[in-house]
Write a protein that binds this ligand. Structure first.
Ligand code: NAD
Ligand code: GLY
Length: 365
């Protein structure tokens, strides 16, 4: 089993483990160890949705046999990552008498993880929680790093906070039940790490993408682990996104505009940011930072996965612009975009013209 660590630089020393292996979900001994590590109380809520519950809730309940487990099922889908869903969960916790010693467990993808993290941060001003990510996207990205929150109709993840889990339990065997479209969407975030931070990893992905698409267990384990290593390293250097961490948002400002414009859930997050990363690459080329051949290599890799390399045909530049300028990354000095100085080297930049963004978004490809 590979065990990584997220080292937070804060006044008090805080670190949490990421366990990565097949079948960690059912490892009762490991669960006991983790729960003991933060003196967890007896009450545990597993927050999940009906589909994931059918697949994995029983196993997790068995592994937590020594605790009083309350399953809380919320409706499936990005459109339920919203404040009213949180209210329902607060009601359930309240009626079951959950207190400050209680623990929440997020069993699911990024939607469940982001919601549960935000509920954990706000229930009684903060209780412990554990991430058990069951999608590729959640395993390589959303379960690590403590970004939590919900959407509002005006924008993605607009309400939220940084609140880290006590542990992340990545059970690679849960990926076997993941729909293919979701798996591919997760690969989008894996490719992101190569683009922003590690050219060798990008080259490894180019070489091994077919094996990954075939879900070769060893390749997949390496891709998940290496993605988590990069994420943990970036988060450890800049926990609250005051600088470096922003590179993790490559393609996201374009992508969030697509997700918001289309209605949450229409385009998967990983699909939207795939198109967004290609736009970011093209804008980087406009600025003279990378060349056509590099843009082509990036585009080609997303195409091989079967991910979109441009946004919805009917989305106009004005719609993009208006939505992008509502992004929560907007500052007084403008809208920062993550762009590429090279494959494997991303920077946050305000040094682009809006006309260049327009050109990239309206180019016929
Ligand atoms: P998701 O949570 O909607 O899950 C995708 C679908 O897969 C759902 O229908 C779910 O029920 C199903 N599912 C989950 N695990 C399964 C399994 N093992 N087998 C079968 N079906 C399964 O989507 P996602 O892609 O995991 O997460 C997207 C969300 O994550 C977005 O809301 C995005 O904003 C957020 N996100 C957050 C961060 C962060 O740092 N917090 C980073 C990236 C993305
Ligand atoms: N997914 C971007 C971040 O965690 O910062």
């Amino acid at each position: 089993m590979n065990v990584l660590s997220v080292e937070l630089q804060a006044i008090e020393h805080r670190a949490y483990p990421i366990y990565i292996d097949q079948k960690v979900l059912v490892n009762q001994h490991l669960w006991e160890k983790i729960m003991r590590s933060f003196s967890a109380g007896k009450q545990v809520a597993i927050i999940t949705n009906p589909k994931i519950a059918e697949l994995y809730l029983g196993d997790l309940e068995n592994a937590l046999a020594n605790y009083n487990v309350l399953p809380i099922l919320i409706s499936e889908g990005e459109e339920h990552k919203k404040l009213s869903t949180m209210e329902k969960v607060y009601t359930d916790l309240s009626e079951a008498g959950f207190n400050r010693s209680s623990t929440l467990i997020a069993l699911g993808g990024g939607v469940i993880g982001d919601l549960t993290g935000f509920i954990a941060a706000t229930w009684m001003r903060g209780v412990n929680y554990i991430q058990v990510p069951t999608t590729l996207l959640a395993q390589v990205d959303s379960s690590v790093g403590g970004k939590t929150g919900v959407n509002i109709p005006q924008g993605k993840n607009m309400i939220g906070c940084f609140y880290h889990p006590r542990a992340v339990m990545i059970d690679l065997s849960t990926l076997s039940s993941l729909p293919n479209r979701e798996f591919k969407a997760g690969l989008s975030e894996v490719i992101k790490y190569g683009l922003i931070y590690d050219v060798d990893f990008f080259e490894w992905l180019v070489k091994n993408i077919d094996g990954l698409l075939a879900q070769d267990a060893q390749l997949l384990a390496y891709a998940v682990e290496h993605s988590c290593v990069i994420k943990a390293e970036v988060v450890a250097k800049d926990e609250k996104e005051s600088g470096l961490r922003a590179i993790l948002n490559l393609g996201h400002t374009f992508g969030h505009a697509i997700e918001t414009a289309m209605g949450y859930g229409e385009w998967l997050h990983g699909e939207a940011i795939s198109a967004g990363m290609v736009y970011a690459a093209k804008l980087s080329q406009e600025l003279g930072w990378i060349n056509q051949a590099q843009v082509d290599r990036i585009t080609e890799l997303f195409k091989r996965v079967g991910l979109p390399t441009s946004g919805p045909k009917n989305l106009t530049y004005i719609e993009y612009r208006d939505l992008m300028f509502k992004d929560k990354k907007l500052r007084d000095k403008g809208l920062p975009l993550v762009l590429l100085k090279a494959i494997g080297n991303a920077v946050v930049s305000y040094d682009y013209e809006q006309s260049q963004v327009k050109k990239v978004l309206t180019e016929v490809t």
